[in-house]
Design a protein around this ligand. Structure first.
Ligand SMILES: NC(=O)c1ccc[n+]([C@@H]2O[C@H](COP(=O)([O-])OP(=O)(O)OC[C@H]3O[C@@H](n4cnc5c(N)ncnc54)[C@H](OP(=O)(O)O)[C@@H]3O)[C@@H](O)[C@H]2O)c1
Length: 310
């Protein structure tokens, strides 16, 4: 009898907890869609420029160095533009140096004094990531901010030169290796300068599509069952799990570096244009009324919002 009532109470508490979580998530979604400001004073309609407007009052006088992957277009390019505008030295890690040169030109047109360094990287290749890191470390620059932003989506099953499914290799493994190689540099910079370092993994709300099933490598590797959206969702879940694990390691090392995973919002960039098809096109046509502009979306990488795995 006592055991049964305890179980009932437990199940009731659990149900209340779930419905509370559900209503919190609903409220957060409504606030997001309406662009209402949160505790930070900014909402989903705020731009990266607005979020960083007053940063000169708390930014250290010594120049910060930020490394951004995939800054040759979309969210990465806008993030690079705003950071450079605020006086941050920006290292653009891109696989297409022509596109990156255009981004650099535009940044310097707006901010002539901006220091922008271009280095080649293909995140889908371990060899390329290692070469990139050697080149970057040879420059002997400090490293305060690492933004793991580059991402891809593919409708078809493709493999990297290391024989790994391409989306997982690019979105997750390339960034995993990059962070592993550069993390000591970040810790050392933070110690020397007494400025907290920041690592940001750009994930996506789509990660939650995978929460119940966990990783399904067999499905990903089967040509017949391949589903590009699921492969993308798995890679984005991996970005979050990576952030959680590195956060633990940084804490254990007492390092002055933090890591967060963010969902940047939804904006029609190259990655969304890759989702072709009648259903997807129609969904995006409807969603376009709610989509954010790239400058609104980029404030996430400047103001850092945690993605929680519940
Ligand atoms: N847009 C959205 O609504 C949305 C929503 C949630 C999350 N995100 C995330 O936001 C991040 C930025 O995406 P975006 O929307 O700005 O898309 P985007 O405009 O397509 O930018 C993606 C960037 O990643 C680069 N990239 C792709 N594969 C690469 C590789 N193998 N090596 C190096 N760079 C590579 C691309 O370089 P190239 O120019 O050479 O192709 C491009 O610069 C991604 O991680 C994405 O998953 C976006």
């Amino acid at each position: 009898m006592y055991k049964n009532s305890c179980m009932c109470l437990h199940s009731l508490t659990f149900k209340c907890h779930l419905s509370l979580q559900h209503s919190k998530a609903m409220k957060a979604t409504l606030r997001y869609l309406a662009g209402m400001a949160g505790p930070s004073g900014f909402g989903s309609n705020s731009t990266a420029e607005q979020v960083t407007e007053d940063c000169s009052s708390f930014l250290p006088s010594a120049a910060l160095t930020a490394l951004i992957t995939g800054a040759s277009s979309g969210i990465g390019a806008e993030t690079a533009r705003v950071l450079a505008k605020r006086g941050v030295r920006v290292v653009i890690a891109a696989r297409d140096l022509k596109k990156a040169t255009e981004v650099k030109k535009n940044i310097q047109k707006e901010t002539p004094k901006a220091e922008v360094i271009l280095l080649e990287i293909d995140l889908g290749s371990f060899g390329s990531v290692q070469r990139f890191c050697s080149e970057f470390l040879a420059l002997e620059l400090p490293l305060n901010i690492l933004i793991n932003n580059a991402g891809m989506f593919s409708q078809n099953l493709e493999f990297s030169e290391d024989k790994i499914e391409m989306t997982f290799a690019t979105n997750y493994l390339g960034h995993f290796l990059l962070t592993e190689i550069l993390i000591d540099k970040m810790i050392e910079t933070a110690e020397k300068t007494c400025i907290q370092g920041r690592i940001i993994n750009v994930s996506s709300v789509i990660h939650s599509w995978e929460k119940k099933d966990g990783f399904r490598f067999n499905d990903i590797l089967s040509g017949k069952k391949y589903n590009g959206t699921r492969a993308y969702a798995q890679s984005k879940l991996a970005n979050i799990l990576h952030a959680k694990e590195i956060a633990k390691q940084l804490k254990a090392r007492n390092a002055r570096v933090t890591i967060n995973a963010v969902h940047p919002g939804i904006v029609k960039t190259g990655i969304i244009r890759a989702h072709k098809g009648l259903i997807t096109d129609s969904l995006f046509f409807i969603a376009s009324k709610l989509l954010k502009t790239t400058s609104q979306v980029c404030k996430q990488t400047h103001s850092v919002q945690n993605l929680q795995l519940s």
